[in-house]
Design a protein around this ligand. Structure first.
Ligand code: COA
Length: 193
């Protein structure tokens, strides 16, 4: 999955209501909407995830590291103003996880996409990922999306999504980098639920 700078995003911001920071059932995990002033947290988490797990994302570290500060600031402001749905997971009060739910420009049916999902290695295995998925699903539902779509390459992430109700729809795409890595489509159907 991939996101880019403000002018470079695959999706457009999802309008959702202001939701308070929520405590997850998992101890020490708190997921909150990205707010103004959290530019560096967003950028640091995203760039760290691209460095740590390059095969998990459609964009490269080099590409996003080259984005200007203004791109990150504008992106964070969009999200903080309620015009998007970006979430940071605090694990023991430190920012360790990230995900985005964005309306898909080319979907044609109002579906949302889940992008940039990551939890730092030091915080993995504590269900922060599940809490982030739950926040993205809630955002997509509030936006009236009939589905929340994603592409996944990593088996660990695919198991997480399957636990959360996402199902392999047979869609297959190849990452542009490096050649050979296959992305698997795993949407979550939200229509009628
Ligand atoms: C996928 C990811 C977000 C899951 O986050 P998480 O908070 O660790 O999720 P969970 O706590 O639910 O644990 C997921 C699995 O990792 C296992 N795990 C436990 N401790 C772990 C550790 N220290 N390091 C790695 N995985 C660990 C868990 O047992 C669990 O396995 P299971 O699904 O077989 O039960 C995280 O692994 C990640 O950022 N991966 C790299 C980026 C990526 O693939 N993103 C998805 C893009 S589509």
């Amino acid at each position: 999955m991939a996101v880019g700078g403000t002018a470079d995003w695959r999706g457009v911001p999802v309008p959702i209501g202001r939701s308070p920071r929520g405590q997850s059932a998992a101890t020490g995990i708190e997921v909150g909407r990205i707010r103004a002033g959290e530019v560096s947290a967003l950028r640091d988490l995203r760039l760290a995830s691209l460095r740590t797990d390059p095969l998990a994302f459609g964009r490269t570290y080099e590409r996003e590291a080259a984005l200007r500060d203004a791109d990150w600031i504008a992106l964070t402001a969009d999200v903080a103003a309620g015009g998007g749905a970006g979430f940071i997971a605090l694990v023991d009060a430190a920012p360790q996880g990230l995900c985005m739910a964005l309306a898909l420009r080319d979907a044609g049916d109002g579906a949302s996409g889940l992008f940039a999902m990551s939890v730092a290695p030091v915080a993995r295995g504590r269900r922060a990922g599940e809490a982030l998925v739950a926040a993205a699903v809630a955002a997509a539902r509030l936006a009236g999306a009939p589905a929340l779509r994603l592409l996944v390459t990593q088996p660990t992430a695919a198991r997480l999504y399957a636990r959360c109700g996402f199902v392999d729809d047979g869609r297959r795409e190849r990452l542009e980098h490096p050649p050979g890595v296959v992305e698997v489509g795993m949407p979550l159907d939200l229509a009628g639920s």
